[in-house]
Design a protein around this ligand. Sequence first.
Ligand SMILES: [Zn+2]
Length: 100
Amino acid sequence: MGARPEDEEDGEVIGVRERGAGAETCSVCGAGLEERRIIYTQMRTGKLHVFADVPALVCVQCGEEYLSPETVDAVQKAFTEREATETIEVPLYRFERARA
Ligand SMILES: [Zn+2]
């Protein structure tokens, strides 16, 4: 595996922001947020871990996802204390550099 050091780092949250208390609008674009269930992913010891059906607020315009601190805590706790419900196969695409 040609993973760079940052890929090995535990606790890296991909594409999800922790929501500040009382935030009602997207801090990226200012649009409204709606409650949705999202898929939360995290690299742990070089393996992608997936947490499904996580409650989040999602920006209706840009899609930015916000988790409450309580939800982040619950997810982190589950990642370390629970066994995975199931193991799934995930297609991997690698971005290829254009050739000159
Ligand atoms: Zn937004």
